[in-house]
Design a protein around this ligand. Structure first.
Ligand SMILES: [Ca+2]
Ligand SMILES: [Ca+2]
Length: 77
């Protein structure tokens, strides 16, 4: 009777990672206050240089939107 329980447990263990396959993105980690944008101080705290921040901040609003961050971090070329 333990076998059935174990099978269920194993299925649970296997299924969970599949549904949780999308880990919190780097953006969400950097966005410390969860306001949906990366501020200059959040970027600095994450080790991003002023130069990189300025380059990533395409519309120069001193914040990085998820889109700006994605464009900046995705492989070029
Ligand atoms: Ca933020
Ligand atoms: Ca921006």
């Amino acid at each position: 009777m333990y076998k059935r329980m174990l099978t269920g447990l194993l299925l649970t263990l296997i299924a969970v990672p599949v549904f949780a396959a999308t880990p919190p993105s780097a953006f969400e980690k950097i966005d410390a206050n969860k306001d949906g944008v990366i501020s200059r101080s959040e970027a600095t705290a994450a080790g991003m240089s002023d130069k990189d921040f300025a380059q990533a901040d395409v519309n120069h609003d001193k914040k990085l939107s998820p889109e700006e961050y994605r464009v900046f971090t995705e492989p070029k070329g």
